[in-house]
Design a protein around this ligand. Structure first.
Ligand SMILES: [Ca+2]
Length: 197
């Protein structure tokens, strides 16, 4: 063991972490000026590609809905060609809401290769009141459900919490590998290399 080898290991660990950090797969960042693949279930809602405010880049999606305690579920969805999320552990969403936002948004995804009910695989909820007027990035674990051929992501909320016009903004939606797993893999690889020397 020598100092050079320690330095080398450090470089490889840093490199592995950088590679892990760069391996996110963006589902949408709304920077193309279109809302390709997006749809909504309700005539009370409007989806608009806006240039401000964004979390990053040239665009974000503004979602407004104008409801009065109607007590049913409303959805927005994005469909896309099949994506393999198997090696990703977390869904990240940049979200900004206005001060009147309340309730929660339930996030589901649909894997075309897996059995699912009408709601797909539910992976969690966003508390709309938490972002406090600024963009916040929410990280939602993807859990253990099948996700080798994901074709749709769905956001749904109960409009009983909506009284009047509510606005929220969605920006970068991406899946990222588990950083801890990536680091452990890198460390495991280093230990193997050292044993072989
Ligand atoms: Ca953006």
């Amino acid at each position: 063991m020598n100092i050079n080898r320690h330095v080398g290991c450090g470089v490889w660990v840093m490199l592995a972490l950088v590679v892990t950090a760069q391996a996110a797969m963006v589902i949408d960042n709304f920077n193309t000026g279109t809302l390709s693949g997006w749809d909504k279930s309700s005539g009370y809602m409007t989806l608009t590609n806006v240039s401000s405010p964004t979390y990053e880049g040239a665009g974000a999606m503004q979602v407004t809905w104008d409801d009065w305690n109607q007590g049913w579920w409303e959805n927005i969805t994005k469909t896309f060609p099949s994506q393999d999320w198997s090696n990703y552990g977390t869904l990240q969403i940049a979200l900004k809401t206005d001060a009147s936002a309340a309730g929660t948004v339930i996030i589901n995804y649909f894997d075309s290769g897996a059995w699912h009910n009408g709601w797909g695989s539910s992976i969690g909820t966003l508390d709309l009141s938490l972002s406090g007027g600024n963009y916040a990035v929410y990280s939602i674990p993807l859990g253990t459900a099948a996700r080798s051929s994901v074709t749709e992501i769905l956001f749904s909320w109960d409009n009983q919490y909506v009284n009047g016009t509510t606005t929220m903004y969605l920006d970068t939606i991406q899946v990222v590998p588990e950083p801890v797993s990536g680091a452990l893999l890198a460390l495991g690889g280093l230990l193997l290399l050292r044993r072989r020397r």
